[in-house]
Design a protein around this ligand. Structure first.
Ligand code: IPM
Ligand code: MG
Length: 420
């Protein structure tokens, strides 16, 4: 007599491959009833998911070990030649990047002519090219990017669903840009916040590699590592110390995400112990989002330290308080590379409405200021900062609204260049 069990196993093993690829099993081609098919396919799916999980676990452990070895940060004041990669991106990206390039060309004219700074245009990080090649960041584009030191990047479109990963997420991982630093200020309200968002872990680490038992359940993974948390916490507390800040808010949901956020909070406090002059406070993300819209409380916060997804969400809220997501700059920094970008997206609706030329370049210009500071061009960064303040706050001679009723992006660029 046949070994029914072994027979079944063989059949299930055959199915496990397609289950791993997330394909739905067909009906009763093998002469089985629908119920049996579902049972077999579920078992196969579970086994496929478990072995997938093992792969992920080993891979993430290796990543944690590599991080533990650490890498010294580049000292740009010592560097003979600095290559700045300029990436247009999609939608309104080319419009706002045109102004950013003009500003950098003017501010860095001497350094460019002496060869100390090179501005290099990186082509091909467009949604059309990425979709055609089926790659979040095509190989040749990634290679060109890696030949630069720092990058200024326009927004790139991420299709919802499908399997194409966000270019941002890919670049943050490939270049190991672990710190997402986002300042937000509202001077008249005494708000001077800076967010240190962990940028490579949490829900983002394996965001496109979850598991699915078709028709039944889906499961994503959230990853927190010891070394990954330690380095972002260190960045936040170092910033606080160097800038005379007295308070760091560690924001998690450790009451629910006990393993991942629990570890994030614990390690953040271990790091905080090296900074006794700075108060480290624990907050939960839900109440912190409320605090930010509480005028009696919000100006007391200074530095925020958060895992990836909470940082993503709360920095949009914070930017909105400052005047809109189009007004904030964003730095993604690692030890070797750094990428500076607008906090907003590519605004495809604005392009469809024929309003692309009216896009607001403030966010990318603030990112350019952060880039200049990062490469130790402090004087140029200050000049940009002061000119932006005149154009956006004190004088406001040319006002961009993002729509036809306001000035064009290029008109704002001309105005800013005059004030530099
Ligand atoms: C951001 C963006 C990105 C993110 C998107 C574009 C992938 O929202 O930089 O905050 O989720 O991190
Ligand atoms: Mg975001």
């Amino acid at each position: 007599m046949m070994d029914r069990w072994a027979e079944n196993r063989k059949r299930e093993d055959g199915l496990s491959e397609s289950a791993a690829q997330g394909k739905k099993e067909g009906g009763d081609q093998a002469g089985r009833t629908a119920g049996e098919t579902a049972g077999v396919s579920t078992e196969a799916g579970i086994r496929a998911a478990v072995s997938h999980f093992e792969v992920l676990l080993r891979e993430q452990l290796l990543r944690q070990q590599r991080m533990e070895e650490g890498e010294a940060a580049v000292d740009y004041s010592e560097k003979a030649r600095i290559t700045i990669g300029l990436i247009d991106g999609d939608g309104i990206g080319p419009v706002i990047m045109r102004e950013a390039r003009r500003v950098l060309e003017k501010l860095l004219a001497d350094e460019i002519s002496s060869g100390r700074v090179v501005l290099r245009k990186i082509e091909g990080l467009t949604i059309e090219n990425r979709l055609a090649l089926g790659k979040a960041v095509p190989d040749d584009v990634l290679e060109a990017i890696k030949s630069c030191d720092v990058l200024l990047k326009g927004p790139t479109t991420t299709p919802k669903g499908g399997s194409l990963e966000s270019a941002n997420v890919t670049l943050r991982r490939e270049l190991d840009l672990f710190a997402n630093v986002r300042p937000v200020t509202v001077p008249e309200e005494g708000i001077d916040w800076i967010f240190f968002r962990e940028n490579t872990e949490g829900e983002y680490a394996l965001g496109s590699r979850g598991v699915e038992l078709p028709g039944a359940l889906t499961m994503d993974f959230k990853v927190t590592t010891d070394a990954g948390t330690r380095r972002i916490a260190r960045a936040a507390f170092e910033y606080a110390r160097r800038n005379g800040k007295k308070n760091v808010a560690i924001v998690t949901k450790a009451n629910i995400m006990k393993k991942t956020d629990g570890m994030f909070s614990r390690i953040a406090h271990e790091v905080a112990a090296d900074y006794p002059e700075i108060e480290a406070e624990d907050w939960y993300i839900d109440i912190m989002t409320a605090n930010l819209v509480n005028p009696r409380l919000r100006s007391r916060f200074q530095v925020f330290l958060l895992p990836n997804l909470y940082g993503d969400i709360i920095t949009d809220e914070a930017a909105q308080i400052q005047g809109g997501v189009g007004t904030a700059g964003s730095a993604n920094t690692g030890s070797r590379y750094a990428m500076f970008e607008a906090i907003h997206g590519s605004a495809p609706r604005k392009i469809e409405a024929g309003e692309g030329e009216y896009a607001n370049p403030s966010s990318i210009l603030k990112a350019a200021e952060m880039l200049l500071r990062h490469i130790a061009m402090t004087e140029q960064a200050d000049r940009l900062h002061n000119a932006l303040e005149i154009c956006l706050e004190t004088e406001r001679g040319v006002i961009v609204t993002g729509h036809r009723d306001g000035a064009r992006c290029a008109e704002f660029g001309d105005y800013l260049l005059e004030k530099l």
